[in-house]
Design a protein around this ligand. Structure first.
Ligand code: ADE
Ligand code: ZN
Length: 335
């Protein structure tokens, strides 16, 4: 079995997937029809043709428009269930899903519809597909910290249904420090903490996320390549970085996948993982990310296994579940 075949077959965890970014154009049109929402594009093909991004913001504009078809708990369930079926095909055995409640509550969708719809898909994934999962509520960083506090308040009645909070949306000009107080409150509440940093922003934003927000993982973090001291610190502390290669390519963070820093990150001892970010928009789910990255960077079988191990090391799962995931990895490798 070569490295690509191995990458396809091994069990893995996905830790950086915006569930709204898994909405395929076909499902967007189905839900638009179901909910009588009008779309700016006349057809599935026309919508897909608009997926030519120049940077993060050019993507986010289309991503938020796509999410406008989600209204009911059933919609959120259907979206997440479609994702779990793709995850199963790619041998994802654990997934931590980001969701952006502000995108929905701003349109009058109740927080309960968002969270209960997603939770029911998570439960079904556990019982029918054997995939464990958890939800992470993301604050939109282009909005104010006050709005983040209001969102946290609205979500607290559903506290047992999400394990942590994250920070996403437009990075440049919205440093982690803007959300220091709300993250401190989330920490008091016992929530896990993650944040997007160093996707388009500078390594200084990664430092802020760690020092000021006290995050336990950094989403993306490819800007670590610009700061050798930071790289050394993060390798020593095994701070996980949830890297998304196809996203970085589609949003022009890298010009060519062959220039992606993932291999250098692994060689430096960083706890880097591979993830799909917004698979419906960036050209593929987990295995597409693995296959294309292994090919472009000539990753070895050992690199591939390290990436899978890192994904379980970085997961917010019980030690018992971690042992089971690692045992499953060993079982598949022995085959
Ligand atoms: N929201 C969805 N995908 C995102 C990304 N790649 N970066 C920041 N915010 C996002
Ligand atoms: Zn992301």
């Amino acid at each position: 079995m070569n490295a690509i075949e191995l990458a396809r077959a091994i069990p893995k965890a996905e830790l950086h997937i915006h569930i709204e970014g898994s909405l395929e154009p076909e499902l967007i049109f189905q839900l638009a029809q179901r909910n009588a929402v009008s779309l700016a594009y006349p057809s599935v093909d026309a919508l897909r043709a608009a997926y030519a991004f120049t940077d993060l913001q050019s993507f986010l504009d289309i991503y938020y428009a796509g999410a406008s078809v989600l209204l009911t708990a059933q919609d959120f369930h259907d979206m997440a269930w479609a994702y779990f079926l793709c995850a199963k095909a790619d041998h994802v055995i654990h997934a931590e899903l980001f969701f952006d409640p502000q995108t929905h509550t701003a349109r009058g969708v109740p927080m309960a519809a968002v969270i209960e719809g997603l939770r029911s898909a998570c439960r079904q994934a556990e019982t029918e597909l054997g995939i464990s999962s958890a939800l992470i509520l993301c604050f939109l960083r282009h909005l104010s910290e006050e709005e983040a506090f209001a969102t946290l308040e609205a979500a607290l009645p559903f506290r047992e249904h999400f394990i942590g909070v994250g920070l996403d949306s437009s990075e440049r000009g919205h440093p982690p420090s803007k959300f220091q107080r709300v993250f401190a409150r989330c920490r008091e509440l016992g929530l896990k903490l993650v944040a997007h940093a160093g996707e388009e922003g500078p390594p200084a934003y990664m430092r802020e996320a760690i020092d000021l927000l006290k995050v336990q993982r950094i989403d993306h973090g490819v800007a670590v390549m610009q700061d050798a001291a930071l790289m050394e610190e993060l390798a020593r502390s095994r701070m996980p970085l949830t890297v998304c290669p196809l996203s970085n390519l589609k949003l022009c963070v890298v010009k060519d996948l062959r220039e992606h820093p993932l291999k250098k990150m692994l060689d430096a001892g960083l706890c880097a993982t591979v993830n799909s970010d917004d698979p419906a928009y960036f050209g593929g789910y987990m295995n597409a990310n693995f296959e294309q990255t292994v090919q472009a960077l000539n990753l070895s079988r050992d690199d591939v296994v390290q990436l899978a191990k890192n994904s379980f090391e970085a997961s917010f799962i019980s030690e018992e579940r971690r042992r089971a995931c690692l045992a499953e990895l060993e079982r598949v490798m022995a085959r």
